[in-house]
Design a protein around this ligand. Sequence first.
Ligand SMILES: *[C@@H]1O[C@H](CO)[C@@H](O)[C@H](O)[C@H]1NC(C)=O
Ligand SMILES: *[C@@H]1O[C@H](CO)[C@@H](O)[C@H](O)[C@H]1NC(C)=O
Ligand SMILES: *[C@@H]1O[C@H](CO)[C@@H](O)[C@H](O)[C@H]1NC(C)=O
Ligand SMILES: *[C@@H]1O[C@H](CO)[C@@H](O)[C@H](O)[C@H]1NC(C)=O
Ligand SMILES: *[C@@H]1O[C@H](CO)[C@@H](O)[C@H](O)[C@H]1NC(C)=O
Ligand SMILES: *[C@@H]1O[C@H](CO)[C@@H](O)[C@H](O)[C@H]1NC(C)=O
Ligand SMILES: *[C@@H]1O[C@H](CO)[C@@H](O)[C@H](O)[C@H]1NC(C)=O
Ligand SMILES: *[C@@H]1O[C@H](CO)[C@@H](O)[C@H](O)[C@H]1NC(C)=O
Ligand SMILES: *[C@@H]1O[C@H](CO)[C@@H](O)[C@H](O)[C@H]1NC(C)=O
Ligand SMILES: *[C@@H]1O[C@H](CO)[C@@H](O)[C@H](O)[C@H]1NC(C)=O
Length: 761
Amino acid sequence: MACLQGMQLQLQSIIMMLVLVVVVVIFSLSAATKAAPPTEADLKNHDCMNRCGNLSISYPFGVKENCYLSEEFFINCRDSQPYLQHGKVHVTNILLEEGELGIMNYISHYDGNSTQLDFPSSLNLSKFSISTTKNKFTVIGCDSYGYLDIPIDSDWVAVGCVSRCRSIDYVHNGTCSGIGCCQTSIPERVSQINITAYSFFDRGNVSDFNPCSYAFVVEEAAFNFSTTYLQNFTEDMVPLVLDWGISDNETCDEAKRNLTSYACGDHSDCYSAKIGHGYLCKCSKGYEGNAYLSDGCKDIDECADPNLNHCVEESKCLNKPGDYTCSCPNRYHGDGTTDGTRCTTGGVIVPQIVIGVAIGALTVLVSSSWLYWIFNKRKHMKLKEKFFKQNGGLMLKQQLSRLERPTREVIKIFTLEELKQATNNYDDNRIVGRGGFGTVYKGILVDNTTVAIKKSQIMNQSQIEQFINEVVVLSQINHRNVVKLLGCCLETQVPLLVYEFITNGTLFEHIHNRIKASNMSWENRLRIAAETAGVLSYLHSAASVPIIHRDVKSTNILLDDNYIAKVSDFGASRLVPQDQDQLATVVQGTLGYLDPEYMLTNQLTEKSDVYSFGVVLVELITGKKVLSFDKPEKERSLARYFLSCMKNDRLFQVIDEQIEIEGIVEELTEVANIAKRCLIVKGEERPTMKEVAMELEGLINKKMKKHPWVKIDLNGEESEHLLGGKLSGFELECTTSSSNTTTTGYDSVRERMMLPMDGGR
Ligand SMILES: *[C@@H]1O[C@H](CO)[C@@H](O)[C@H](O)[C@H]1NC(C)=O
Ligand SMILES: *[C@@H]1O[C@H](CO)[C@@H](O)[C@H](O)[C@H]1NC(C)=O
Ligand SMILES: *[C@@H]1O[C@H](CO)[C@@H](O)[C@H](O)[C@H]1NC(C)=O
Ligand SMILES: *[C@@H]1O[C@H](CO)[C@@H](O)[C@H](O)[C@H]1NC(C)=O
Ligand SMILES: *[C@@H]1O[C@H](CO)[C@@H](O)[C@H](O)[C@H]1NC(C)=O
Ligand SMILES: *[C@@H]1O[C@H](CO)[C@@H](O)[C@H](O)[C@H]1NC(C)=O
Ligand SMILES: *[C@@H]1O[C@H](CO)[C@@H](O)[C@H](O)[C@H]1NC(C)=O
Ligand SMILES: *[C@@H]1O[C@H](CO)[C@@H](O)[C@H](O)[C@H]1NC(C)=O
Ligand SMILES: *[C@@H]1O[C@H](CO)[C@@H](O)[C@H](O)[C@H]1NC(C)=O
Ligand SMILES: *[C@@H]1O[C@H](CO)[C@@H](O)[C@H](O)[C@H]1NC(C)=O
């Protein structure tokens, strides 16, 4: 008995709690909807008038505080006349569905007396814009022109038209084709204009029939030109149409995310406004009313008006929220609509059986495909989890949590869905590059940032730990000339990396595309070289664990809009454990840039990057591709060709024609010498990246200090070469003596290198 009572007590308290929960939920729901659009009752409570003179005013517009959505929708009602913007602009019409507003605007006129020119008509509307589809800029006169000054960015641009005629006999009613009247369109999204009317000859020879020039913006449909306007245009103001929208900087999707500020009421849809950004609300199909009020959209009773429903006469029309149904009377069948199967008698049984069987079959089909879908989805999720583990997701999470700094902001783990959406499901149109280590897509994240997303090639299990280390280390590199890693996604079989998006393409394009190359000044080339050297030097020494890039080449150096270098693609890079300064690895890299010593020994050192950088320097100086298979055997490798030219003191034969040599001979020679040292076959003898970076920096500093009027004394030999190079171009043989002058080791290494790698990349 006691037990039973205890249970009853428990039951009671549970019921009490449930009631409490329901109350709280209802309360919080009503609190949440509080900030949403006002209801009709709210407006009534605030005593909002819905008229001003003859103009009916509906929310979001209003004439009193608490009656409009925001300041720009305030209508100032003075003497029963509605004005916008505190009494300057006269409002004639408000169209909610179209997002339009009719106003009256002054015309500008000029009567041939230039002292009276300062009567332009101007309009400054901030949140509204002048409809480009509904209005036309119009000038009336026979010796006239008018223009519209429009601020674009911080500048003013002018749009206008010219109207001339010798006599009124040439002018026709109803047309504005430039004879007596001209019209032109208004640019999009303009909210501020100054209008000026003017005359060519101060009305000298037309004054007897056209004493004045007029210019104005007018609603096209409301204006019909008449020849009498030339003599006497009596209007002071003309109608024009404005566009408006809610929130001038949010799209529908953005607005819907914040339901407290979203302005559309129940049963309404959101449309983008004509002012560019911003949106409009319209009642959904089957509803009508003011979509800017919570309860503004009312159900249309389609059954009350035979024009609104398609029910046949004998069927019964039943109104439903947003819709209606037609039903045939007993013993009739059909859907009861005029455009459907109407209502007919007879032949009832067979269709019913058919329908029954069809419904049965459909049920089986739907449920089985649903089961299949569920099964697939689970399999898919399992797979995603597996990939996450396989790609070292757990390891990465661990590593990240071990770091002292909260790196979660520095590197983000993206989900597969996020990246799929960002790249439009890996659309081919989004591919911005393909490399040996993967495909790069341009992606746009939900917050509208543009990123580069790299899909790596299939990874070997043993490389995963290394990969994770790299992601962690790269996420910590914060160098202005390194492409920033924003995050990664590990839910796919191959990891996806997300980088900042660099806008201006690769250095390769800027060197080898003739049009782009003409913009690559020597200063830019030198600076890019110094920046790249700086990054490599930083990776080799400054970063906490030395990193060897392993794939330095002009396609891996990206440029932003200011031609600032951004080194990318660390797909091949290796971290060098502190206790080792050499690392045996599988030879990787790009033919033409590959360090010949590394090719032979498989011993990876920082000096391999130095060699590749040397090749990039040569590319910058010469503008030639690193490998040219269409050239004679001796000229195929740019590095080798360059060295032989240096050896023969013929550097100036191979300088890129785009480089203006005058005044920089000394610098060019120095950079060429740096390149030459970087390309020494024995790695040990090459300079370090730090030395190279410092030398290039030094050159730039010296250049900046140098006075522009100091003449550079070209020595005779060099200027001769310069001329020879310019005249006969690059074909002049400087390779003839190469085989007996280049470092002995080089050729043999090269020969061996060319053999196995010919088919390589
Ligand atoms: C309202 O409209 C009527 C008729 O169109 C007109 O006579 C009257 O002057 C208007 N009132 C105002 C305040 O504009
Ligand atoms: C131009 O306007 C000024 C001031 O209104 C007036 O004094 C002058 O006489 C006018 N000139 C002509 C040619 O109409
Ligand atoms: C136009 O209006 C905006 C906002 O009301 C104001 O900031 C701007 O200075 C105005 N421009 C001119 C030329 O009056
Ligand atoms: C144009 O229409 C006006 C009346 O609206 C009339 O007085 C004038 O003669 C017409 N002009 C021509 C060229 O037909
Ligand atoms: C403009 O006026 C002329 C007569 O003046 C008439 O024939 C023509 O239909 C009118 N056009 C419009 C669009 O009202
Ligand atoms: C346009 O009008 C505004 C205000 O009247 C003025 O500040 C501005 O300088 C004018 N711009 C031009 C190009 O005349
Ligand atoms: C109008 O007058 C100007 C000088 O006042 C003259 O140069 C021009 O030729 C005249 N135009 C016509 C069409 O007569
Ligand atoms: C212009 O028209 C108005 C009314 O339409 C009239 O009162 C005035 O006298 C006219 N002026 C001329 C110069 O025709
Ligand atoms: C839109 O503009 C408002 C102020 O005008 C600002 O508070 C808001 O952050 C802006 N929103 C976006 C998405 O730019
Ligand atoms: C949503 O809009 C309201 C009102 O404008 C604002 O106070 C609130 O901060 C916004 N919330 C978010 C998450 O942007």
